[in-house]
Ligand binder design. Sequence first.
Ligand SMILES: [Mg+2]
Length: 246
Amino acid sequence: MLGAISLESLYYHIFDARLRLGREENDFSRWLRGTVAGRISPGRRLFLLDYDGTLVGFHERPRLASPTSEVLRVLECLSGDRRNTVAIVSGRDRDTLGEFFGGLGLTPVAEHGVWLRDPGTEWRTTKKISSSWKPDLLPILQLYTDRLPGALIEEKGAAIAWHYRKADPEQAQVLVGELMDHLTSFTANTDLQIMQGNKVMEIRSAGVNKGTAVAALLQRAMYDFILPVGDDWTDEDVFQMPPPSV
Ligand SMILES: [Mg+2]
């Protein structure tokens, strides 16, 4: 048991999110259920949980994909145990994560690792980054937004995301290809990187990713147990952290 909540229950919520997305059980969830549920460490634990696609399903309008009361309850129980550090490692911006999780003792990590906030403190960057490239990029994205009904630009502190979840899939496929070519030449010889997520493209400074934030968390404390959970390739950087030295 983790405080008042069992790991099976946490597993259920994560797995339930996958079911709602129509996904099949994968190796990770088998491992989680089969191995971890029976052997949770009594020491310090670090939970690294992705948000969209992991704790909640996807929504046409990302703003509306707020956590359910069940998910909040699970997170509250987990973070209520002093041995647990619960980080929500997301591509979302600070305001949204603050709105979703403000009252809980969690450690939200915003914009794929750029910002981190410990419980009861202010947001801080995990690494210094420049956003001088943004004014040049916005008109390019606007061009494609005008051509693809349903597409929208989301400006974040250190990145710009281009969402096309609401757009016609066939039309989007063509435009995404064209935009990718355009961005590839725009970002050549810069330190920018283009990340392709689930129905979203994001342009950001290279060198900061979810793994950067995880490294910052790992520097501060020794953990006996670390549980990373995520659903797309931006989470790979979380999985590539060094194993705990126990
Ligand atoms: Mg995700």
